[in-house]
Design a protein. Structure first.
Length: 257
């Protein structure tokens, strides 16, 4: 199911690029936000441009007509459960981004629903997982330290060390594979804890990187980010040695000096 949703959203993104209006798609690693498209424009390009006289496209209707008996009958006939959280989430976003005057059709609604799970949570098209969008309802649960798998911390430690050495301490957003580490973590975590797991991992990632920076400066006090790292400077740094100096302070993990 996740693969089909992921593939749909990827194909959908290609369609969106042809449109005049594309809303923001997340991405901070811990603040994954959904993308919402003006479906009216999508329909217009799929079936022809809306006339200047304001006549509707064949098979399409305005969102303001959703509650009419005829449209509800069409939705029901198409197998759409208008009481489902999945449907309500899709319509809510369409209304927010296009208002009631926007045009849509049954297929567009079905397509939009595929990007939400049964609980109405947005599914990230990159990894096929839900529970990664920060909302008013779950924002308070994000910034907390929770237990995450040791294997995930191992993976982050090794990836951070590899990239620190490879890029001479530079955080290179073009070459980093840290997103893969986070995705692997999310797959091991239940949906309601994914935001907190990502936040927790960020604390460990920061601690590992700071430890590498300190070790490089210790080996050469004149070393600066971007310059070659002294040979063997990080050899004595282990994940356990870094975490042994971590102390929980509120909603963060700080290195004890």
């Amino acid at each position: 199911m996740q693969n089909s949703i992921k593939n749909f959203c990827k194909d959908d993104d290609k369609i969106y690029k042809t449109m005049n209006r594309i809303s923001n798609f997340y991405i901070k690693e811990d603040d994954i936000m959904s993308k919402i498209t003006d479906y009216g424009l999508l329909v217009q390009q799929m079936f022809g441009t809306k006339s200047t006289k304001g006549t509707s496209i064949i098979g399409s209707f305005q969102l303001s007509q959703l509650n009419s008996g005829s449209i509800q009958a069409q939705l029901k006939a198409a197998g759409i459960d208008t009481n489902s959280k999945q449907y309500k989430a899709a319509i809510k976003e369409m209304m927010q981004n296009g208002n009631g005057a926007m045009y849509t059709n049954i297929q567009c609604i079905k397509n939009s629903m595929k990007c939400y799970d049964k609980d109405g949570d947005y599914i990230n098209p990159r990894n096929g997982l839900a529970g990664l969008v920060v909302t008013d309802e779950n924002a308070g649960r994000q910034k907390r330290i929770i237990s995450i798998p040791e294997s995930s911390k191992d993976e982050m430690f090794e990836q951070t060390k590899k990239e620190f050495l490879q890029e001479n301490g530079v955080a290179n957003g073009d070459t980093t594979r840290r997103t893969d580490v986070y995705d692997n973590l999310y797959r091991k975590t239940k949906k309601d804890d994914r935001l907190a797991a990502g936040y927790t991992m960020q604390q460990y990632e920061r601690a590992y990187r700071n430890a590498f920076y300190a070790a490089a400066r210790k080996a050469d006090p004149k070393w600066e980010i971007g310059k070659p790292i002294p040979s063997g400077a990080l050899d004595g740094i282990t994940r356990e040695s870094v975490e042994a100096n971590l102390k929980k302070s509120g909603s963060s993990l700080d290195i004890q000096i």
